[in-house]
Write a protein that binds this ligand. Structure first.
Ligand code: MRU
Length: 368
């Protein structure tokens, strides 16, 4: 797989809050250039994806991860999978689009943005095929435009989430986050981190406590990297430190992202989020989830029905290649858990903050 290594992850990117984890380069014969997030924070490596298999593998091994970023990668990956279609029959082209979408949809099960963006691409292909005398060439270009639109809309949603959420950030106080729901997890700017970037840009002073996020350390490797680059006061903690911090009154707010939010507001996010929400409730600390409307799944009525990905046991016992447990010990490694709506004080979306978190309020604010 072609890789480009930039000199150092600490110096090579433009403005602090504007890391773009993946981009389409060139025209229809172009490719996806993405940061290999498995190599951060030590090295900034870019991977070029020129076929859907490379995109599939990148999603599975978390080179690209975070719900919105996975959706963008899949939409662009679909373009890679259909651009060499050699026929001229629009119906056969739509069938090929469906086939590639079905393949990419099996890369990871929990983040709804993956399925949302592939469905949108399939609908786009079907609608282009119904135009008068459609040409397969025009349909291919239309799909590339749609994939880029998905990326650009996500970038705008993240900025709006930042604007809506910034006022929640406590002046001279502290907020805690789990996993990485920052620029790296989206088109740019992030969801949970967006209010922090916006508050920081507005001159607010605050501290962000970052959970390491076992077992793959998205908090330590990615969130701490992003926030420190942005000049935000950042303190990395082990996942088991939050209760102690809360008891000491050192945190006033929790914000996390989400991989999927059910119709009733139950939210799936990185394993450990539910525990953090329970702790926040016990200490009377507001708990917010930040996510664009593409992360809401109205067909899933409650969190119990959200499929939870299980990862390989070696992610626990042999993290980053070092054996830290008996080689053959059994491990249980769910990648996500579900926080019930009753523990969530507000959902920060690009359409506004949804509070209280009820099905009715969600539908009202998102106009669904
Ligand atoms: O396994 P990951 O790294 O893809 O998990 C990511 C998360 O849990 C994020 O918090 C979530 O996708 C929101 S990203 C804006």
């Amino acid at each position: 797989m072609p890789e480009t290594v930039a000199s150092s992850a600490w110096v090579d990117l433009p403005d602090s809050s504007c890391i773009k984890p993946l981009q389409w380069v060139g025209g229809l014969d172009g490719y996806i250039e993405m940061i290999d997030q498995t190599k951060l924070p030590n090295t900034l490596v870019y991977i070029d994806c020129r076929d859907p298999e490379t995109v599939f593998a990148a999603i599975q091994r978390l080179s690209v991860r975070g719900a919105p970023a996975i959706g963008i990668a899949a939409a662009m990956g679909l373009v890679l999978g259909v651009r060499d279609f050699s026929g001229s029959d629009p119906a056969a082209f739509v069938a090929r689009v469906d086939e590639v979408a079905e393949y990419l949809a099996t890369s990871r099960p929990t983040a709804i943005n993956l399925f949302w963006s592939l469905d949108r691409m399939k609908r786009c292909a079907a609608s282009l095929s119904r135009e008068s005398s459609p040409s397969v060439g025009d349909m291919k270009s239309g799909l590339l435009r749609e994939a880029i639109a998905i990326r650009d809309e996500d970038a705008r949603s993240c900025r709006a989430i930042g604007q809506f959420g910034a006022s929640l950030i406590p002046e001279d106080g502290a907020v805690i986050t789990h996993c990485n729901a920052g620029s790296l997890a989206t088109a740019e700017y992030g969801t949970a981190l967006a209010p922090m970037y916006a508050a920081h840009d507005a001159g607010k002073k605050f501290t962000v406590y970052v959970d390491e996020t076992r077992p793959l350390l998205q908090g330590a490797r990615l969130t701490a990297w992003e926030l420190t680059r942005a000049g935000i006061d950042t303190v990395l903690i082990c996942d088991n430190t939050a209760a102690h911090l809360f008891k000491q009154d050192r945190v006033q707010l929790v914000i996390t992202g989400a991989d999927r939010i059910a119709a009733n507001g139950d939210a799936a996010n990185k394993i450990g989020t539910y525990g953090l929400a329970v702790l926040a409730k016990a200490h009377n600390i507001p708990f917010h989830v930040a996510a664009p409307s593409s992360t809401f799944d109205f067909e899933t009525l409650c969190g119990d029905d959200i499929p939870i990905e299980e990862r390989h046991p070696d992610e626990i016992r042999r993290g980053f290649g070092t054996l830290t447990a008996p080689e053959d010990v059994a491990c249980y490694c769910p990648a996500f858990d579900v926080t019930p709506a009753s523990l969530i004080d507000g959902l920060i979306t690009e359409q506004g903050i949804i509070a209280p978190v009820t099905s009715e309020r969600i539908r009202q604010v998102l106009r669904f």
